[in-house]
Design a protein around this ligand. Structure first.
Ligand SMILES: Cc1cc2nc3c(=O)[nH]c(=O)nc-3n(C[C@H](O)[C@H](O)[C@H](O)COP(=O)(O)O)c2cc1C
Length: 313
């Protein structure tokens, strides 16, 4: 029997304290709320990290129903910003997280740069929070609703200002709804991001032909699940060509083989989203599958295969 492979990964090598995860499997934002209910159905302490629901300065109810529609190989959601607000998160959730060994990363949403900065300021020094993930797929009110994540300058500004407001590691989560993901990745790296997660959902819609109207109350939603995996994988592969900071691959991952593809494309870690909704313990199955793969191939560390597919054609 071979020795156990080293599954630990460093997500923030240029941060003074770093952000080391015991393994590369994370649960993505919006899937397990704030983690407590999820903790009752799976052993979340075994995961690399948990990313909580997108949290804003004030509580919000989110978009009108219906907010979920199944599509071929995917899921359309228009949950919007339903969240308890950062003050309640600090009061009610962080004390629970402080008792957990699994690191919790807070996904932050905002409509202005000041919103993001205000949330980051409030999270400063709060026990139980290991990092911030900036959701820059949010519409920016001061630029007429254009997403922060589609403009390299806006993406860089929000990253720079949040980095200046926090001592926590900052992961910037990229939107796939852009012409060139490399441009945005480079911009946020240049602005000081510690890591990049990608991708958020792809914009999409569905129509109910019997009612002749859009299925989602919000008309447009975000597509996730297996349907987006090849797109997400390509974007990780592309971003890995230009940035040096760690990438966290996300989009349609549903088994260990999928996760390994992302790692070989250049991701240091992976986030699992939609697959957890149908198979709650999928993250642990994926983790076990990654470990088995490394063992069978005699690979000593997960980091040995990060980007492995980039050097072959
Ligand atoms: C129901 C639902 C809610 C989501 N909420 C958020 C959110 O609050 N913040 C965020 O950055 N991403 C959010 N996402 C995007 C996921 O974190 C992930 O990036 C995306 O679904 C792609 O991964 P998947 O195909 O594994 O689901 C949400 C996705 C779903 C399906």
């Amino acid at each position: 029997m071979r020795n156990s492979p080293d599954l630990s990964v460093q997500l923030a090598p240029r941060h003074p304290e770093g952000l080391i995860l015991s393994n590369p499997v994370m649960i993505s934002s919006g899937i397990a709320g704030y983690g407590e209910e999820y903790a009752e159905i799976t052993d979340i302490q075994k995961l690399g990290a948990i990313v909580c629901k997108g949290t804003a300065l004030k509580p919000r109810e989110g978009n009108p129903q219906p907010r979920l529609v199944e599509t071929a190989g995917g899921l359309l959601n228009s949950i919007g910003w339903e969240n308890i607000g950062v003050d309640a998160l600090i009061k009610e959730k962080a004390p629970v997280w402080a008792r957990w060994s699994v690191p919790v990363i807070v996904n932050v949403a905002g409509e202005t740069i000041d919103d993001y900065v205000a949330v980051a300021n409030k999270l400063e020094g709060v026990t139980g929070i290991s990092g911030i993930e900036l959701n820059i797929s949010c519409p920016n009110v001061s630029s007429g609703g254009m997403e922060f994540g589609v403009d390299p300058q806006l993406a860089a500004r929000v990253t720079l200002e949040v980095k200046a407001a926090t001592t926590l590691p900052v992961i910037v989560k990229l939107s796939p709804n852009v012409a060139d993901i490399k441009e945005i990745a480079l911009a946020v790296e240049g602005a000081g991001a510690d890591a990049i997660s990608l991708i958020n959902t792809l914009k999409g819609m569905a129509i109910d032909i019997n009612k002749s109207k859009p299925c989602l109350g919000n008309i447009v939603g975000g597509l996730s699940g297996p349907a987006i995996k090849p797109v997400a994988l390509y974007m990780v592969f592309e971003a890995a060509k230009v940035v040096r900071i760690p990438l966290i691959g996300c989009g349609g991952i549903a088994c260990a083989e999928d996760a390994l593809e992302f790692i070989m494309a250049g991701a240091t870690a992976v986030q699992i989203g939609t697959a957890c909704l149908t198979t709650p313990d999928i993250c642990l199955t994926i983790l076990n599958g990654i470990e088995l793969f490394l063992r069978e191939k005699g690979i000593g560390s997960i980091t040995d295969i990060v980007g492995a597919a980039r050097y072959k054609s």
